[in-house]
Each structure stands twice: as structure tokens, then as C-alpha cells.
Design a protein around this ligand. Structure first.
Ligand SMILES: NC(=O)c1ccc[n+]([C@@H]2O[C@H](COP(=O)([O-])OP(=O)(O)OC[C@H]3O[C@@H](n4cnc5c(N)ncnc54)[C@H](O)[C@@H]3O)[C@@H](O)[C@H]2O)c1
Length: 294
């Protein structure tokens, strides 16, 4: 039987556009009340109005996910408006600026880490107690990426944060199971959104060189990745796939089965490295030691 989302409440970060907006619409159509949170106030208000006109129950909250106090304010407003909270979609994320490691800008790295990693951590830390309070269980969906499943040359900041999100998901899935909170990592490859124009929302604390308006300047440095994003799957298709995977309780939500072999190759390299250790005169004696876990 499919999950009944009716009259449950979801908080979605980065809901003003792209994947977040598609998830907001899909879940709204399934009867959820949607708290749309985003740093981009004009886009947020426009998208919230659109969904509201479509008959979806919406609350719009301005949120910079790197700001812990703003996360707390979102939860307070959400509870006042809708009562209990059942779902968090930690979706807000930025692409950074692709560069080789010796040419990376530290301020850009910090921005990517703060939004994509700390933003997800703050969201989970603040919203989890609210989901627990309902006593009805719920969901946390962390939007990682296929880039979290493998390194990505020239995008190491992005890939590192997405790998961290996968790892955080695996940890929290175990921690929160007893509270009936299902945690999953959404790992898409390319989706047709504005991720390659992320500089549009870069906060001044990460440098003032924020090209405004001109889409070509916003895409600067994104090169081939921009074309791949523009040829990506529709966010609406992704949103339907997420619901399908939630119904089958997936830990990792994959949207691009064509990446299977590429990720399996990583697994093979890891297995080969274990084989090497198993034959090492230095450490092979550990092979039958029991594994201690928490
Ligand atoms: N598009 C892809 O190909 C793709 C692939 C894999 C994963 N993802 C991930 O999907 C998520 C959504 O991105 P998207 O593709 O829809 O891109 P997008 O740029 O279209 O949307 C991102 C949204 O996040 C908001 N945002 C940015 N910084 C924020 C902040 N500090 N606080 C709050 N909101 C903020 C933006 O205003 C925007 O509405 C991201 O985590 C991204 O890494 C995207």
C-alpha cells in the first residue's frame, strides 16, 4: 500500500526552484502541507504563490541554511502554522565553481561546505526533535548527488560535501530507526535546474564577486557541466521517482540507473585494496578479528 501523506507537514529547504520546488508540488498534490524555505526571497514568494493558487497549503519562510537561528525560526513558524512536522527535505545546495585543487578559491570551498554540509546538519539537528515530538515517525530526505558516490575531478568541494551527506544519511538512518524516522539520501545525476547558476545566491560573507543577472556570467567556469545539467532529467520526473522510492523504503534513492557500472567500479577498486591488505605480511593477521561496532 502506498504511503498516505495527507495532512502531514514537510519542510523543504531550497524550495524556490529546481528540485525543491518540484518536490514541494509533488508532495503538495499528495495532500501534504508544505513549508517552503529558501534564501532567494523574490523567487520564494513567486513559487509559493504559484503553488498556493494550485490549491496547495503553503508557508513561505526565508532561510539561509548556513544560519542555525534561522532554521530554528522556520521550525517555530511551521509548528504555529501547521502543528506537527513529519518530513524534512534537506535540499538547498550549491555547485561552487569547478577548479583544480591548486586553483581552488578557499572562500568558494567554505561556501560549498557551509551550504551543502553544515546546512544539512543544521536542518536535521533542528527538525529531528520536531518530528520526534509528533510521535508518528516521519522522513528525512537529504539531497546528496551521484557526485557523493564517487570523486569528481575539478569539483572536489561539491563531491566532498555530497559524500559527507551520504555518510551523514547512513549514520542518521541507524540512529533514527527506533523513532520510525526513515532517512534517505537522494543521489541524482544531472537534473535540469539552475544548479550551474548557484553564484546567484552566494552570500557576501563568502566574497562580493557575485555576478548578478547575466546567465552566461553565472555559469562562468561551469563549462561542460552546464551543458550536462541543461540536458538533465526534468525535476518533476525526479520528484515522482522519490515518492516511488520512499514507498519501497530505499536508503539511497537513485534516479539514473545508467550510472550503476561506474559506481560498481569504485566498489571493485575498494575490494581489490582489501585483497591487497589481506596478503600484506604486515596486517594479514587481522583478517579473522571480530569487528567491534557501536
Ligand atoms: N541539478 C542537478 O543536476 C543536481 C544533481 C544532483 C544533486 N543536485 C542537488 O539538488 C539540490 C537542489 O539543487 P537544484 O539542482 O534544484 O538547483 P537550483 O539552483 O535550481 O536550486 C537550489 C535552490 O537552493 C536555494 N539556495 C541556495 N543557497 C541557499 C542557502 N544558503 N539557503 C537556502 N536556500 C539556498 C536556491 O535559492 C535555489 O532555490 C542541491 O543540493 C544540488 O546539489 C542537483
Amino acid at each position: 500500500m502506498s504511503i498516505d501523506f495527507t495532512n502531514k507537514t514537510a519542510i523543504i529547504s531550497g524550495a524556490a526552484g529546481g528540485i525543491g520546488l518540484a518536490m514541494a508540488r509533488e508532495l503538495g498534490q499528495l495532500g501534504m502541507r508544505i513549508v517552503m524555505a529558501d534564501i532567494d526571497e523574490p523567487a520564494l514568494q513567486a513559487s509559493a504563490q504559484t503553488l498556493s493558487k494550485e490549491g496547495i497549503s503553503v508557508l513561505a519562510c526565508q532561510l539561509d541554511v548556513t544560519n542555525f537561528a534561522q532554521w530554528q525560526a522556520v521550525v517555530t513558524e511551521a509548528k504555529e502554522a501547521f502543528g506537527g512536522i513529519h518530513m524534512l527535505i534537506n535540499n538547498a545546495g550549491v555547485g561552487g565553481i569547478p577548479a583544480s585543487i591548486d586553483q581552488s578559491d578557499n572562500a568558494i570551498w567554505q561556501w560549498v561546505v557551509d551550504v551543502n554540509l553544515m546546512g544539512v546538519m543544521y536542518g536535521a539537528q533542528v527538525v529531528t526533535p520536531a518530528i520526534k515530538e509528533t510521535g508518528e515517525g516521519g522522513w528525512i530526505i537529504n539531497v546528496a548527488s551521484m557526485a557523493g558516490m564517487n570523486g569528481v575531478p575539478y569539483s572536489s568541494a561539491y563531491a566532498a560535501t555530497k559524500a559527507a551527506v551520504v555518510s551523514m544519511t547512513e549514520s542518521w538512518a541507524v540512529e533514527l530507526k527506533k523513532h520510525n524516522i526513515h532517512v534517505s539520501a537522494l543521489c541524482p545525476a544531472f537534473v535540469k535546474t539552475r544548479i550551474h547558476e548557484s553564484l546567484r545566491t552566494k552570500q557576501e560573507k563568502y566574497g562580493t564577486d557575485r555576478p548578478k543577472g547575466d546567465p552566461e556570467k553565472l555559469k562562468k567556469g561551469f563549462g561542460q557541466a552546464a551543458a550536462l545539467v541543461e540536458a538533465g532529467i526534468a525535476p518533476e520526473l525526479l520528484a515522482k521517482r522519490v515518492i516511488e522510492a520512499l514507498n519501497s523504503k530505499q536508503l539511497y534513492i537513485f534516479t539514473h540507473p545508467n550510472f550503476r557500472d561506474a559506481i560498481a567500479t569504485r566498489g571493485k577498486f575498494i575490494d581489490k585494496a582489501f585483497e591487497d591488505a589481506a596478503h600484506s605480511p604486515l596486517v594479514k593477521h587481522l583478517i579473522n578479528d571480530e569487528i567491534q561496532s557501536l
